[in-house]
Write a new protein. Structure first.
Length: 560
């Protein structure tokens, strides 16, 4: 359908609701006034229901995006830096601006009774009636770099955003972020080349995220990035606009010629369009030793489930695999088939594997690996060939390794480790019995707290994980083969909780996702190597049923 009025129109965005399409365009009157033009189209008849002109006496309007829901149609405007709503009958609902923002309102989307609006590097949540801003947060890529956000997409309770950031690689680069509907950061990605790249639109389908934009060079660099969110207070107020009905227009069914879309980005000195396809980082990774001693990984999404096992390009181990996830990489430590200790890195975005590096030393068991971003260190903890307990650190910034340091005590099983706020927490099984011991290594001073006995007993290696609040969780296989969880709040243990169902023949693996759901993975108590997973929902406090994964492992799994 094509249509026109007495103004010169430029189509900006479209949204669909039941049998209707709503199109927002930028109009230009003969007097030079820039307006927002909204058209409601009935799809089944391809007829125009109404056209409305929205104008302001104080600003030239530059509409940037549109979304639609039960109450009406919502439009963001970068000329007046405000948001307005028209009801489905074409009457004005409200218009709202705010003070304290960036003055660069680029996009909005509607989800769960709220409007999510982009304003420069700000994301804000506006009530559906336009009266209240629940929160406003500025996105800062750790560096620091401040993006210009241009499009937002609401999906399944999460927010996906794209735009550009200056100087991360060379010049202007494309960014994509995922936030929760409460404004919590999930992940970020930057793409760039040798020229200028800009992201203009983003959508999600399944686990695939698509970004459309423009580039003056090939996009060849990509990196998963961390970001900080800074909270601001924005004060909403009413914005004065004029609404007019446009009755004089012409429409026709145009002849459309579709050109060949199969074109590569090869004219390196000209701006061209591109589409980037990103597989969304999963909530949890699982790594196991296969029945052939090779190393395999799987990815879990809360919606819907596990994917398929893929083999790492190289490496074999007679024990389980130790993994930790940070900054777009998976860090791995394994016991080699010769008992030597090896380290490797897997890039989440490109899936490129670094290969294995020997870090010195030997172990008869699975290593443990932990990362503390606060201290800037990665730690490997192992049981020595003499049953002693050893730690080795690696500076994340330089990649420099420390020497192996022996801690007091000994163990007959693989140790467990996690790190938070300059503390490396370690748990071990006793060397001569089934007792459970816990200690903390101060990363700043290099001192060890000593071992404190935790109540209970286990015949297998324990596991540790830390939640976003800094609580340390300890998981063990009980003497009755059931699975138990204990929590340390920084001063004391709060008591064992048995997972309602399930048994295992080996030590369990635990990890938290970014929503603080506690995931558990075990092997079957029958000893056949079957792999099972469940998690505790942080919102409800309940455990999900166990789900069986494909594949088998002869050793304890690991999660991150």
């Amino acid at each position: 359908l094509a249509w026109g009025t007495s103004e010169l129109e430029e189509g900006v965005d479209i949204a669909f609701y039941n049998d209707y399409a709503y199109v927002v365009a930028r109009g230009n009157t003969p007097a030079g006034l820039s307006t927002a033009l909204l058209t409601k189209i009935k799809l089944s008849t391809q007829s125009i229901e109404w056209i409305r002109r929205v104008s302001s006496s104080t600003a030239n309007l530059i509409p940037t995006s549109i979304d639609v829901g039960d109450p009406g149609v919502y439009v963001s405007d970068d000329g007046g830096d405000f948001v307005f709503m028209l009801k489905h009958d074409g009457s004005l609902g409200w218009a709202t601006q705010w003070s304290g923002g960036r003055g660069d309102v680029e996009s909005l989307c509607l989800m769960g009774g709220y409007l999510y609006v982009l304003d420069g590097d700000f994301v804000l949540r506006l009530s559906e009636d336009g009266t209240t801003i629940a929160w406003a947060k500025a996105v800062e890529i750790v560096g620091p770099f401040y993006p210009h956000l241009r499009d937002i997409y609401c999906n399944d309770g999460d927010l996906y955003m794209t735009g550009s950031v200056h100087g991360y690689f060379i010049s202007d680069d494309v960014v994509a972020f995922k936030l929760t509907s409460d404004g919590d950061f999930k992940w970020g990605v930057v793409w760039g080349g040798d020229g200028n790249e800009y992201g203009y639109g983003i959508v999600k389908s399944g686990h695939q995220v698509y970004v459309v934009g423009s580039t003056s060079w090939q996009v060849r660099n990509s990196e998963i990035v961390d970001a900080k969110l800074h909270s601001y207070t924005l004060d909403p107020s009413s914005y004065s606009v004029t609404l007019q009905s446009v009755s004089e227009y012409a429409s026709t069914s145009p002849k459309v010629q579709v050109k060949d879309p199969n074109a590569n980005i090869d004219y390196v000195n000209n701006d061209e369009a591109f589409i980037l396809k990103l597989k969304e980082p999963p909530d949890v990774y699982a790594f196991v030793r296969g029945m052939n001693n090779k190393i395999y990984r799987n990815m879990y999404y809360l919606n819907p489930s596990w994917e398929v096992w893929t083999q790492l390009p190289s490496g074999a181990t007679p024990s389980g695999v130790a993994v930790a996830r940070h900054g777009g990489k998976i860090y791995l430590a394994v016991r080699g088939m010769n008992d030597k200790i090896y380290y490797g890195e897997l890039d989440e975005l490109t899936e490129e594997f670094s290969g294995w590096t020997y870090v010195g030393g030997s172990t008869p068991s699975k290593p443990a690996i932990a990362i503390d971003p606060d201290a800037g260190y990665l730690w490997i903890v192992v049981r020595g060939m003499n049953d002693g307990i050893y730690i080795k650190g690696r500076a994340l910034s330089s990649g420099t390794w420390t020497a192996w340091e022996k801690l007091p005590g000994s163990t007959s099983e693989a140790p467990a480790a996690t790190a938070h706020a300059n503390q490396l927490f370690i748990a071990v099984k006793g060397s001569n019995d089934n007792s459970i011991w816990f200690g903390a290594y101060d990363e700043s001073s290099g001192t060890f707290s000593g071992w404190n006995r935790v109540s209970g007993a286990t015949p297998s290696a324990p596991d540790l994980a830390v939640d976003s609040s800094g609580n340390v969780y300890l998981a063990v296989r009980g003497m009755n083969n059931k699975i138990y969880i204990n929590r340390y709040d920084g001063s004391s243990w709060l008591g064992w909780e048995q997972i309602p169902t399930g048994t295992t023949a080996q030590g369990p693996a635990i990890a938290f996702d970014l929503d603080d759901n506690l995931h558990v993975m075990v092997t079957s108590s029958s000893g056949d190597g079957s792999i099972y997973h469940c998690y505790k929902d942080v919102a409800t406090g309940t455990w999900t049923p166990w789900s069986k994964l494909s594949g088998k492992t002869p050793s304890e799994p690991d999660l991150t």
